[in-house]
Write a protein that binds this ligand. Structure first.
Ligand code: ASP
Length: 356
């Protein structure tokens, strides 16, 4: 299947002094319009986006729109699509100064996290955005999110991009992609980054938070990690969780790693059946990665007795990582490394996803 490509401001493409942005459209609420006959929201013909957003023509940089062969609701996102996105960025890396990915909000933080681990040595902006209200509705947030994401993607100083990393822009805030979480399905403020400051705030002008943005590395070259190991899962604790539930999850054939969603600062029950079950899994070589159910704060194994035991049996602390970053980091690292190497890399930040 082929990609549909449309150029906006084509005369600027050949001007080397003007930034050029490649927009990759994957689907989501963003591109929906109301079909009166069918009385439902349907995907619109994205090649005609300029009719909906004539403002695009007023931006003084070149924009190329590429539509994925299959437009999806992001609930259908898969690692295979992440690989396709990373490869598209690699294929067009020299041709464009930056990339904007239009994506459904539901799994946008997972995609941003996955790409941050896949695009090693990235030195150009990759900004994900979308909308809570379809572009076809009068009060849509698609317009502001898209136009500002484009401006941020194109922003340069002395020929260097201002934000050379994978980010998520939404509702006036630019977040580090692998620090973001979808927190809201109704209001416009869909995303938060509880454990890392915003990289920029868009008001009358766009204020960049330079000390927190990954610095441009002149000698970096893009390399991709594209192998995923899907043999991972998330186990969220709750008072009353039973032994058969924990045992059946940890005995899934082929399972290699579990994000253990614990309470507060990384705490879990101290019942012997629970700790013994975890211990047996670790002895079999299964990685247990401790991530808090709290959005803000961090796992500090050993602070309470209820987390010291986890530390003692070999559970790895996820510090202040999000669940989205934890599960994608596991899939990417397990895809290319042996379990011991993965254990070491998990405990360290590899793409700004955690502070230890
Ligand atoms: N279900 C939609 C999606 O994630 C929601 C959205 O785009 O806001 O694709």
């Amino acid at each position: 299947m082929s990609y549909q490509v449309v150029r906006i401001n084509p005369t600027l493409v050949s001007r080397p002094d003007q930034p050029s942005v490649l927009v990759i459209y994957t689907g989501g609420t963003f591109g929906m319009v109301y079909d009166q006959q069918a009385d439902q929201l349907v995907p619109f013909d994205f090649e005609r986006v300029s009719e909906r957003l004539p403002e695009l023509g007023r931006l003084n940089f070149a924009i190329t729109l590429l539509t994925m062969p299959t437009i999806i609701d992001s609930s259908n996102m898969t690692p295979a699509v992440w690989v396709e996105l990373a490869q598209l960025i690699q294929t067009h890396y020299e041709q464009y100064d930056s990339f904007v990915i239009l994506h459904g909000t539901d799994t946008m933080s997972y995609t941003a996290s996955a790409l941050s681990f896949m695009l090693m040595g990235l030195n150009k902006p990759v900004i994900l955005t979308g909308a809570q209200l379809p572009i076809g509705m009068a009060r849509t947030d698609a317009r502001e999110n898209f136009i500002t994401a484009l401006e941020i993607a194109a922003a340069q100083e002395n020929g260097r991009p201002l934000v050379p990393e994978v980010c998520l822009y939404f509702n006036s805030r630019l977040l580090r992609g692998n620090r973001s979480t979808k927190q809201e399905s109704v209001q416009f403020n869909a995303f938060v980054s509880e454990n890392y400051p915003d990289l920029a705030t868009a008001g009358v002008s766009i204020a960049y938070n330079h000390p927190f943005i990954r610095p441009y590395q002149p000698d970096d070259t893009l390399r991709l990690r594209t192998s995923f190991d899907p043999n991972v899962t998330i186990l969220k604790l709750f008072p009353g969780i039973t032994q058969p539930v924990v045992e059946s999850i940890l005995n899934i054939p082929g399972l290699r790693a579990v994000v253990l969603e614990t309470y507060g600062a990384g705490n879990a029950p101290t019942d012997s059946w629970f700790l013994n079950t975890l211990q047996k899994a670790i002895d079999k070589g299964i990685i247990l990665f401790n991530v808090s159910q709290c959005e803000g704060g961090r796992v500090t194994q050993g602070r309470y007795q209820t987390s010291k035991m986890l530390e003692q049996i070999g559970v790895i602390s996820g510090a202040d990582i999000t669940t989205e970053a934890a599960i994608t980091k596991l899939m990417v690292l397990l895809g290319e490394g042996d379990t011991e190497q993965v254990r070491q890399q998990l405990a360290q930040p590899i793409s700004g996803e955690m502070v230890i």
